[in-house]
Design a protein around this ligand. Structure first.
Ligand code: HXC
Length: 260
């Protein structure tokens, strides 16, 4: 299927990884309404696609995404942004059950940084730059920048980034815990696909439970989170894949997961 703002490809030796590339190069992948609508539609359909085990989201060498579309926002009024639920479709990304790896090269600014933080793992190219420059243009982050960033990097660093609008480079982002690994720019997508293939080799349903459990760590108390984890762990005992995984280990062979 053809999209206006996206390229979608199937990757991996077993064709079980989807590569979604933001493709609005003239505006440095600024995340206009049309792009975000396409992105949520594509991610939702990949989430339902039995052949796909993991999704990689990337941009171009120059920009993962330079933010929400400033041109589109310039003349918007208060009643209009409230009434139309501006940014509502962004949270679709956080409802995807399959893991999403962000492979970030170049600018990940404002909404671009926020989009990467909605993903489950962030890999960065050496030339990547992250930031929340909204303050510079008279507004504040609106898609999780003030909430997810402190959870990644702590309050002091998050405040510094949000209040100054200064960008941090890939190395700093790794040091602060925003990204899990840095690679040469031309390697980052391949490395993300490699990790995605590894994830896709596991039981689909168990991967989904694991993602749900880790995400709960950011939503609940430790006691509630541990309770949920225990129940999700118990849940795996209702699955063929749990039995198969343990049996395969003991029989010294590779498991054959069915997603049941
Ligand atoms: C619309 C954008 C854009 C954006 C870049 N462009 N960022 N258009 N929205 N966010 C466009 C430019 O207008 C320009 O178009 C073209 O992309 C190339 O950009 P340049 O500025 O010429 O490139 P460069 O000099 O290399 O600078 C790159 C840059 C700069 C540092 C990334 O573009 C920049 O500062 N962009 C804005 C970053 C930002 O403030 N992001 C936060 C947005 S607010 P023309 O037509 O002139 O070629 C936000 C709110 C989040 O994200 C709320 C929740 C989603």
């Amino acid at each position: 299927k053809q999209y206006q703002y996206l390229l979608v490809d199937i990757k991996g030796q077993n064709s079980n990884v989807a590569l979604v590339q933001l493709n609005r190069p003239k505006a440095l992948n600024a995340l206009c309404d049309g792009l975000m609508t396409e992105l949520s539609t594509v991610l939702e359909s990949l989430d339902k696609d039995d052949k796909i085990g993991c999704i990689v989201l990337t941009g171009s060498t120059r920009a993962f995404a330079a933010g929400a579309d400033i041109k589109e926002m310039q003349n918007r009024k208060l009643a209009e942004v409230i009434g139309s639920g501006f940014l509502d479709q962004w949270s679709a990304v956080t409802r995807i059950k399959k893991p999403i790896i962000a492979a970030v090269n170049g600018y990940a600014l404002g909404g671009g940084c926020e989009l990467s933080m909605m993903c489950d793992i962030i890999y960065a190219g050496e030339t990547a730059e992250f930031g929340q420059p909204e303050i510079v243009i008279g507004t504040i982050p609106g898609a999780g920048g003030t909430q997810r960033l402190p959870r990644y990097v702590g309050k002091s660093k998050a405040m510094e980034i949000v209040l100054t609008g200064n960008r941090i480079n890939a190395k700093e982002a790794e040091k602060f815990g925003l990204v899990s690994a840095v690679f040469p720019p031309d390697r980052v997508v391949d490395e993300a696909i490699k990790t995605a293939e590894k994830i896709a080799s596991h039981s689909r349903i168990v991967v989904q439970l694991a993602k749900e459990a880790v995400n709960a760590a950011f939503e609940t108390t430790l006691a509630e989170g541990n309770r949920l984890e225990k129940r999700l762990f118990h849940t795996t005992f209702g699955l063929d894949d749990r039995k198969e995984g343990m049996t395969a280990f003991l029989e010294k062979r590779k498991p054959n997961f069915t997603g049941q």
